[in-house]
Design a binder for this molecule. Structure first.
Ligand SMILES: Cc1cc2nc3c(=O)[nH]c(=O)nc-3n(C[C@H](O)[C@H](O)[C@H](O)COP(=O)(O)OP(=O)(O)OC[C@H]3O[C@@H](n4cnc5c(N)ncnc54)[C@H](O)[C@@H]3O)c2cc1C
Length: 366
């Protein structure tokens, strides 16, 4: 007989762990499946303190937030399976691949919280050794303690690019410059100001056009050029940087394959970073027993991932039992209000618009 559970949570980042804790308070059996050997998602490599209120576990370093969430899971009796890669949801069966075996688990409901993958961009020789995504650099440095290079060119000035640049400096790696295609720096002023104080120039309206080096020794330099408002390269504006590493912090794309495989209706929403599963405001997809939360429902950040996780956990619990309907509905409204407040600033505008589009589409499709 197949192993059985009430709710299978796929992905053990802030979204999945929050969903598991929230759903566990209703007497349900909850299991988390994460493909990494340490659960916590992106948080395990975040050595910096997160902005926000203590209520949302901010003010702590990301890696400590993941420890708190894991302690909460342990106290709530949630089972966490690591090195457990979910390859698909087929009806009510979850297919899980471990390093040495394969398992099928039967579940009454699913919460998909698989996060996002890093974007790449086009330039000559973008497949040379020494070209990494920012998340990969963070994993090398902050999880495995490996210094990735001597001198890095950072592409992208969003918060991830700025934070990882600073962490590289902390690890003794030189950062030649940060290159940004848009007219303005994307991340918070506090992060860009810190870099500038440490002598790292930030170039806007500029992009990388070519990496130089070879397949054996890797990158040895990067060529960048200014671009016009239509993103066309302006000839004669080249600046070459002698670096042995190029770090790409050029956005994330929701990792939504599991949802598509499960038969959820999908929609490409640029504001949310790519193809996402249509869902209502309570995180239910077009399949009644499949819920989603976090970056897989649209790229945002850890607090919104966690709040969406709570919503998804509550909605999955409500799907399985109406015993606590009143309590669950009240909690969901409170969380929706917290999410609304959190997205209310200029940095939340993109996600706000994307989510409104998505919920509208969901109602239309139903
Ligand atoms: C470099 C970087 C810096 C960041 N800095 C900040 C910051 O300072 N402040 C902030 O608020 N946010 C920050 N973020 C964003 C924040 O970390 C994410 O928004 C948040 O972690 C999203 O949570 P999540 O649970 O949706 O996804 P994740 O944290 O990505 O967790 C998803 C988990 O699912 C697992 N998974 C994926 N597919 C499968 C599968 N098929 N089977 C099993 N497991 C699977 C993944 O391995 C991962 O463990 C940063 C992100 C990055 C990449």
């Amino acid at each position: 007989m197949k192993r059985q559970t009430d709710i299978a949570v796929i992905g053990g980042g802030p979204a999945g762990l929050s969903a598991a804790v929230e759903a566990s308070s209703f007497g349900l059996k909850i299991e988390v499946f994460d493909d990494n050997f340490t659960p916590g998602g992106q948080l395990i490599k975040q050595t910096h303190k997160f902005f926000g209120s203590k209520k949302h576990l901010c003010g702590y370093r990301g890696m400590d937030i993941s420890k708190i969430l894991l302690q909460n899971c342990a106290s709530a009796g949630v089972t966490i399976n690591t090195e457990a890669c979910v390859t698909g949801i087929y009806g009510n069966i979850l297919a899980v691949l471990y390093p040495e075996r394969f398992e099928e688990v039967e579940s009454k409901a699913f919460v998909v919280a698989t996060g996002a993958s890093e974007n790449c961009i086009n330039f000559v020789n973008n497949d040379l050794p020494g070209i990494y995504g920012a998340g990969a650099i963070q994993t090398l440095m902050n999880v495995f303690g490996v210094v990735p290079a001597k001198k890095v060119l950072m592409i992208g000035s969003g918060n991830i690019g700025l934070i990882v640049s600073y962490q590289l400096l902390q690890a003794g790696v030189k950062v030649a410059a940060v290159i940004e295609a848009l007219p303005n720096v994307g991340g918070y002023l506090v992060h860009s100001a810190k870099l500038r104080r440490m002598g790292v120039p930030i170039y806007t309206r500029r992009t990388i056009t070519k990496a130089e080096g070879d397949g054996n020794t890797g990158v040895n330099s990067a060529v960048t050029s200014q671009i016009d408002p239509n993103f066309n390269v302006i000839e004669g504006t080249e600046i070459q940087f002698d670096v042995d590493c190029i770090c790409l912090a050029v956005g994330l794309t929701p990792l939504s394959d599991v949802l598509e495989l499960a038969g959820c209706r999908m929609k490409y929403i640029p504001e949310l970073g790519g193809k996402v599963a249509l869902h209502d405001e309570y995180m239910k997809t077009t399949r009644d027993n499949v819920f989603l939360c976090g970056d897989v429902s649209g790229i945002e950040e850890a607090v919104t991932a966690s709040l969406e996780g709570k919503l998804a956990g509550l909605s999955a619990a409500l799907y399985l039992s109406h015993e606590y309907r009143e309590k669950i509905e009240k909690s969901r409204l409170q969380i929706l209000e917290e999410l609304r407040i959190f997205r209310d600033g200029p940095f939340g505008e993109k996600a706000r618009k994307g989510n409104e589009k998505l919920v509208r589409e969901y109602k239309y499709e139903r």
